[in-house]
Every structure is written in structure tokens, then in C-alpha cells.
Design a protein around this ligand. Structure first.
Ligand code: GTR
Length: 336
């Protein structure tokens, strides 16, 4: 029997395999793991609106939100194959596909949200997007993802030692596994959509994420200790399938690239508002927030993780370039 996902995917795969100009008569198919009201999904809708206006309805985007197409790792495979034209994913599942992306995922590489934004918007950001092409993905733009922090069902975390022995869900990326191991906890990679259940059932004791995901996924209802470690500020990424991209005319390509770039400031505004509302909602529910953390102690534990993952001179140079990007860190955004 066909699974729900196979049934959902069938028209996409058929359309993707079609020949000739067919791709221009159908919308671009886009996936996102978040529910419709989440800022990343709203950014995809913004791209649809911009394309619709600018091409008189010739180019449109059909958004499959809420993880309908599967976990990010799987949707990336579908995107490389051409079954999805667009995919909004976190950087983490790209780490095993595009080595250059590792630099942006290093724990504590960014000093602040302003620093992270300056990197995403600058030449290092572009270099990493360009590095995706040989891997079947065309990097269109980055979206904000704020800062990720640890939360758990057991106890407040103030020092790395407080994490010792806890089972922590991580994203599908070896860096996250290495990071959690270096903190003395036990990493368990689980797809995002299954984490709530895993927390409820005690399969894991905790996870880590930004305020909007902690709230939207309802993890905060179960894991009531949130510690503001802010250990990773890796971005969200919007990729196109290289197969879909090369089938577009140069004109279509520039419409799509422009709409993606123009959606970034729109998303950033929605993101900042959502961070505030998510944080308020979560704190109002009585979550135990730890802010007085020893950040330096966490960062120090990450030095061997950097060594473990910066395996080539090129990657080291990218990490150095990131560190050297200047930004007004004093103007730290509270929207983390
Ligand atoms: C969120 C991110 C998702 C997904 C999720 C996770 O912050 O927006 O794309 O990566 O985290 O933890 O799996």
C-alpha cells in the first residue's frame, strides 16, 4: 500500500519528470517543516506574492508546510532529485552535503545576532550559498533563525556539567552530535516532527532550539527548563533544486532570485516580532528560564569540536573570515 507521503509526493515526482516547457505551467513546489504561520513559511508565501505580481501570475509557488513532505533530510534528497523546486531548511542537515556550511554551524562562532546577520548578508554568506551548486542545490538566500539554547525536562542548566548524562535530541548533523558529546550529554538525532513525542515519552530528556521553535513545537509544554546558552546561530536556508534551476530561463531565474532576496527583510521583521511573542508566551506559561549562565565555560568546551570539524585549510579560512566580519555588537538585538 502507498504511504500518505508517497501519495502526496506522486504528483510532484510526475511533474518533476515532465519534459519541455511543462515546468512553466505549474507552480514551483516548496517545502517547509514549520506550520503555516511560522515566519519561514510566511517568507515562502511572500515569494509567491512577489512572483505573482512581477510576472503577471506566470510564476507562482505552492507551499507544502508543516513537514508534509517529510523530515528535512528527506526533503533535501527529493530537492536534489528535482521532486521539489524549493526547500526551506535549517543549515544543519546541509552540513553533511555541503562541507562549507559547517563554518556557519560552529558553536559560538557568532558574537551576536548583528554579527550573524552581517555574515549571512556578506561575501562569506554568498560563498557558502555558491558552494551548494555542485551538490545539486542552488542556494537562494538565508533567513534568520536566532540563537539556539538548551531545554530539558529534568533540571535548570547553568554550567556544562549540569548537562552531564542527559539525553539530548539533536538535528541531523555530526557537529551537533560532537557538540553535545563535548558537553558530557548523550546526543540522539531525531527528526523535528518526532521530538515532542520523544520528550513526552522520556526517549530524550531535552533538546535545543530558538524561542519560536520551542514555542511552535509545544516542546515548552513538556521541557520546562530553558537555559539561554545561545550556543548556535546557524541560519535557515532557502535552496532551489539545481535541476529545476537549470530548467528555468535566465529571466525566470532572475525573478526567483530577486524575490528570494526581497523576502529576506520581510522575514526578518516577522522573525523579530515572532521571537518576542514566542518568548512572552513561553515565559507567561511559567517556564523556568536560566539567564545567568557561564557562557565562557560552554564556549571553552567547544574548542575540540572546532578542531574536529575544521578539517581543511579552506574550512579554517572560512571560519576565520566569519570571525573577522565586523558588526556593531553593542547594538545587540534582543530578538534572539
Ligand atoms: C528549527 C528550524 C527547523 C528545524 C528545527 C529542528 O529552528 O527552523 O528548520 O531545523 O529547528 O530543530 O530540527
Amino acid at each position: 500500500m502507498l504511504s500518505r507521503r508517497q501519495i502526496l509526493l506522486a504528483p510532484l515526482l510526475l511533474a518533476a519528470c515532465g519534459k519541455g516547457a511543462e515546468h512553466r505551467t505549474r507552480p514551483l513546489f516548496a517545502a517547509d517543516t514549520h506550520p503555516d504561520e511560522y515566519p519561514t513559511v510566511q517568507a515562502l508565501h511572500a515569494i509567491d506574492r512577489l512572483l505573482n505580481e512581477r510576472t503577471n501570475g506566470e510564476m507562482r509557488v505552492r507551499v507544502y508546510a508543516g513537514g508534509q513532505m517529510g523530515a528535512e533530510k528527506d526533503t533535501l534528497e527529493i530537492t536534489v532529485f528535482g521532486g521539489l523546486d524549493l526547500n526551506r531548511v535549517n543549515l544543519a542537515p546541509l552540513n553533511s552535503i555541503v562541507p562549507e556550511s559547517i563554518a556557519l554551524a560552529l558553536p559560538f562562532i557568532f558574537r551576536s545576532i548583528s554579527h550573524a546577520r552581517a555574515v549571512f548578508d556578506g561575501s562569506v554568506g554568498r560563498t557558502i550559498l555558491n558552494a551548494m551548486r555542485p551538490h545539486g542545490l542552488y542556494g537562494l538566500c538565508y533567513y534568520d533563525s536566532g540563537a539556539r539554547s538548551f531545554y530539558n525536562t529534568k533540571r535548570p542548566i547553568r554550567t556544562p556539567d549540569d548537562l552531564r548524562g542527559l539525553k539530548i535530541r539533536v538535528q541531523n548533523s555530526d557537529i551537533y552530535v560532537g557538540m553535545v558529546q563535548a558537553l558530557g550529554a548523550n546526543p540522539t538525532p531525531i527528526p523535528y516532527g518526532e521530538v515532542y513525542q520523544a520528550l513526552v515519552q522520556g526517549v530524550v530528556d531535552g533538546a535545543e532550539n530558538n524561542w519560536p521553535s520551542y514555542e511552535s513545537s509545544r516542546h515548552y509544554e513538556v521541557a520546562r527548563n530553558y537555559s539561554l546558552t545561545r550556543h548556535v546561530m546557524a541560519p535557515e536556508v532557502l535552496v532551489a533544486s539545481e535541476r529545476s534551476w537549470t530548467r528555468m530561463t535566465p529571466e525566470e531565474q532572475s525573478y526567483l532570485q530577486a524575490a528570494a532576496i526581497d523576502s529576506v527583510p520581510l522575514m526578518r521583521d516577522m522573525w523579530d516580532a515572532r521571537v518576542d511573542s514566542s518568548r512572552n508566551r513561553v515565559l507567561k506559561s511559567g517556564v523556568d528560564l536560566v539567564e545567568d549562565l557561564d557562557h565562557a565555560a560552554f564556549a571553552e568546551r567547544m574548542l575540540p569540536v572546532w578542531d574536529q570539524f575544521l578539517t581543511t585549510p579552506a574550512l579554517r579560512a572560512l571560519a576565520d573570515d566569519i570571525v573577522n566580519v565586523s558588526a556593531d555588537d553593542s547594538e545587540e538585538s534582543t530578538h534572539d
